[in-house]
Design a protein around this ligand. Structure first.
Ligand code: GLC
Length: 593
């Protein structure tokens, strides 16, 4: 496990020849992927046991959400020890075993890095609490005296992304004392990135995992970390990851209209004068330049992908300049919803901005922070982006959402760049939209008194076998079910109902991922064809030898005569109308170009 010299300059110079530039990357949410030890929660042994399933699906890499030691106040995005595995998920040996087996199967492994904040149970924070104001221990975090006569008011007016104030007061010498900043939950104190010790420590954490052999990092809240000088007040709350319903977002801070659902722009931290003083500050880029140099000390084309909810798009691509990260998530694609004009605009802008910095594009439809796209697309407004769905809310049309979800996957896999798949997307899994409140665990649900339903509905354990207890999520769990209950509909979506079953969503994914690789679509380039007409709900582009035609309109669409069908999102969507073939609404076809 020693580091070896950097890749040759020729290799390093062309990002388009790197493995990640056209990779299909599968997100494993360890709590909910597969339970190998029967305690109702997923673990690393479970992941190892299911690696074959992922290799057969044809993905190139696996990104794992956090599995580190953590009290799980934010499902592991609250790290107490960056260099160990939480006993719930296994041991470092289990990790090494998983990595080894993944590599044997040709799968790369990307781990999650959470640098903006630690857990309040991290050793550093525990010692900060017992240390005095002004101490070295406190300086690793953002402690400040409060305002008001007795310091009884928070140091500024920032709101937590999860709701409620972003400051919590501690006791000093048995009396109310200083406050510490937490952009997220109280149990997630923000680190002080002005402190060189914090920077050195996180670089060392990078090396710890690089030495073990990981291929990359997904960087959590990559636009956070550096805060504006003096921590100035900021009146708007930025909902980073989960829609804007019930948001008290000052309208003039955002481009889109505010109000219930659908204002995708409201999820992003805007740039310029309206940048929140805690997001997308210029100083974050120095951190990534330093990390870039750390990764360059290792062989094998290691990478970082930024989770940066910023806008406009040009700001996102600043994170992937030559000497910074390799990729950044394209959340605009996810936020476009099922709407041809919005998707078209996103694809055009993404490819332009990517070309401007010579970086490959990325595409993503769902992740562990969003309502699953097959459910969003089944809502009466298929561009809406609710903060979770509860039984009393509008329920999605499951069949319609599934058809659109399948069609969206063919739009995505036809595009050049790298595509991210969230676990269960390949099964067409819907959101759990009727989870009882008493079972919810997401801190955003509690911190908003339930106004935000939270993200539990997309984090429900995977169904592997239709007829087994817990749909086969746990290898053997006689005493209890999975940590979150699965809806009955999951029986229909279970992997054993889909693998090797013609026409299933899994087989659609497998087939299109294989074609994408054979035909070089990931490294290709697109041109919009004569059929493209987003205003009328039709998207059509050519990439290499494939003509992708998606029908997002409400009418059947007549296809050009004589083209062969490579893959279609539903067989039944193609029909002959005299001598012409038509594509039904809510479907996508790949034709021979
Ligand atoms: C990121 C994660 C999210 C987490 C938050 C705080 O947005 O994706 O799940 O709650 O950061 O770490």
């Amino acid at each position: 496990m020693t580091s070896v010299p950097a890749a040759s300059p020729a290799e390093a110079a062309n990002p388009h020849s790197s493995w990640w530039s056209d990779a299909v990357i599968y997100q494993v949410y360890p709590r909910s992927f597969a339970d190998g030890n029967g305690d109702g929660m997923g673990d690393l042994i479970g992941v190892t046991e299911r690696l074959n399933y992922l290799a057969e699906l044809g993905v190139n890499a696996v990104w794992l959400s956090p599995f580190y030691t953590s009290p799980q106040a934010d499902a592991g995005y609250d790290v107490a020890d960056y260099r160990d595995v939480d006993p719930r998920f296994g041991t470092l040996d289990d990790f090494d075993e998983m990595l080894h087996e993944a590599h044997d199967l040709g799968l790369k492994i990307i781990v999650d890095l959470v640098p903006n904040h630690t857990s309040d149970e991290h050793e550093w924070f525990k010692s900060a609490l017992i240390a005095a104001p002004g101490s070295i221990e406190r300086d690793r975090y953002i402690f400040r005296d409060g305002k008001g006569e007795n310091g009884e008011e928070p140091p500024n007016n920032w709101q937590s992304i999860f709701g409620g104030p972003a400051w919590t007061r501690v006791e000093d010498n048995g009396a109310p004392g200083q406050w510490y900043l937490h952009l997220f939950d109280t149990k997630q104190p923000d680190l002080n990135w002005e402190n060189p010790e914090v920077r050195a420590e996180m670089e060392d954490v990078l090396r710890f995992w690089l030495d073990r052999g990981v291929d990359g990092f997904r960087v959590d809240v990559a636009h956070g970390m550096v805060k504006a000088e003096g921590l100035p007040d900021w009146s708007a709350k930025v909902a980073m990851v989960a829609g804007n319903e019930n948001e008290e977002v000052a309208g003039d801070h955002f481009d889109g209209e505010s109000g219930a659902e659908g204002n995708a722009e409201g999820n992003m931290a805007p740039s310029g004068e309206n940048t929140p003083p805690y997001f997308d500050q210029e100083g974050v880029h120095d951190i990534y330049r330093a990390w870039h140099r750390v990764l360059k000390d290792y062989d094998g084309d290691r990478m970082m992908v930024a989770e940066a909810w910023v806008e406009p798009m040009s700001r996102i691509f600043r994170y992937v300049r030559d000497d910074e990260m390799q990729q950044a998530f394209n959340f605009g694609f996810l936020l476009a919803g099922w709407d041809a004009s919005r998707i078209h605009a996103n694809v055009v802008e993404t490819l332009n901005e990517a070309a401007a910095v010579n970086a490959p594009a990325t595409w993503v439809l769902s992740n562990h922070d969003t309502v699953r796209h097959s459910s969003r697309y089944g809502l009466s407004d298929p561009t809406s982006f609710p903060k979770g769905i509860a039984a009393g809310d509008e329920q999605p049309d499951e069949e319609l959402g599934l058809a659109r979800g399948r069609a969206a996957s063919l739009i995505m896999f036809g595009l050049p760049g790298s595509a991210y798949v969230y676990q269960g997307d390949e099964l067409g899994l819907p959101e759990h939209t009727t989870l009882p409140d008493e079972l919810r665990q997401d801190p955003s649900f509690f911190r908003t008194n339930g106004a935000e339903r939270g993200r539990d509905g997309c984090r429900v354990p995977m169904p592997w076998e239709a007829d087994a207890d817990g749909y086969g999520f746990s290898v053997d769990n006689p005493d209890g079910g999975p940590w979150l209950p699965q809806p009955e509909s999951f029986a229909r979506y279970a992997a054993d109902q889909q693998v090797d079953v013609a026409g299933s969503t899994y087989e659609l994914y497998r087939q299109s991922i294989a074609l994408r690789s054979q035909l070089g679509l990931g490294t290709g380039s697109i041109e919009w064809t004569e059929l493209n007409d987003p205003d009328r709900g039709i998207l059509a582009y050519r990439n290499a030898k494939v003509h992708v035609v998606a029908n997002l309109s409400g009418e059947p669409f007549r296809l050009p005569a004589g083209a062969g069908v490579l893959v279609v999102s539903e067989e039944s969507a193609l029909s002959s109308d005299g001598d012409a073939e038509t594509l039904a609404p809510n479907a996508t076809v790949w034709l021979t170009a």
